[in-house]
Design a protein around this ligand. Structure first.
Ligand SMILES: C[S@@+](CC[C@H](N)C(=O)[O-])C[C@H]1O[C@@H](n2cnc3c(N)ncnc32)[C@H](O)[C@@H]1O
Length: 233
């Protein structure tokens, strides 16, 4: 089996929400980043997406995936019962223990850094430019906005942002945060190469042009005539 297939297989065994064409697009996008790329995943749960991001960087041979999660099953009101049901089915062991085990089984412990805590607070203390940001934490409009405001300033020019669960559809109440963000923020001229794969919106942060010189305002015609000595008869 090819290396990338091993990562797809490892990811597919972990309960989670990054599957099929979205999993492939996430992996290939992380793989195509420059050398020593910094990848950040907000909302890692048990490592389904983390394995794809870390696996891509391992296969490329440089860089790192940073995985941010509270590892306590908390989140928006719609999602938490789903997290809880999965956790119970897995024997109610600590989320972090299961995550670490999944990452180790995929051979990725050296390619993933874990940031255990609230995504907004960790983002406010962050200090490293980012090549790819995968948003998949709290899915409520307020939760998504708080995380975007904390993390997006760290996106490099040309960096990729990926918003899970952001396709146009009928959403459950307060579960449409990424969809709203995609509509409001992920658009030209701030972002380019915008595309939807499954439920994930991918986009590239547009290169910020240097501030243009502001031209001096033109004087009104009459004023110009007066200064040049021209008089109406
Ligand atoms: C949808 S799951 C992530 C799924 C995962 N990315 C995948 O590929 O399957 C969302 C995760 O984000 C966590 N989470 C929700 N709100 C958070 C917050 N404010 N800070 C940190 N983690 C949070 C949840 O506890 C959960 O583990």
């Amino acid at each position: 089996m090819k290396h990338r297939d091993l990562f797809f297989k490892a990811s597919s065994k972990v309960p989670g929400w990054t599957r099929g064409e979205e999993a492939h697009a996430l992996f290939e996008t992380a793989y195509d980043l420059p050398d020593r790329a910094t990848v950040v995943e907000i909302g890692s749960f048990l490592g389904c997406g983390s394995i794809l991001l870390g696996g891509a960087r391992k296969m490329k041979g440089s860089g790192e995936a940073h995985c941010v999660d509270r590892f306590d099953g908390s989140g928006d009101a719609f999602s938490t019962p789903h997290y809880h049901a999965i956790w119970l089915a897995l024997g109610a062991r600590p989320f972090r223990e299961i995550f670490d085990e999944n990452i180790a089984d995929a051979g990725l412990s050296d390619w993933i850094s874990v940031h255990d805590g609230d995504a907004e607070l960790i983002g406010r203390r962050w200090s490293k430019p980012i090549d790819m940001l995968f948003l998949d934490g709290d899915q409520s409009p307020e939760g998504v906005r708080a995380v975007y405001d904390a993390w997006s300033p760290w996106l490099k020019n040309g960096a990729v942002i990926a918003l899970h669960n952001s396709a146009p559809r009928e959403y459950e109440q307060h579960h449409d945060g990424h969809y709203i963000l995609a509509r409001k923020e992920i658009r030209a001229p701030s972002y380019e190469d915008i595309r939807l794969v499954g439920s994930t919106t991918f986009a590239r942060k547009a290169v910020q042009k240097a501030a243009q010189k502001v031209a001096a305002p033109k004087r009104p015609r009459a004023d110009r005539r007066r200064r040049s000595g021209h008089r109406k008869s």
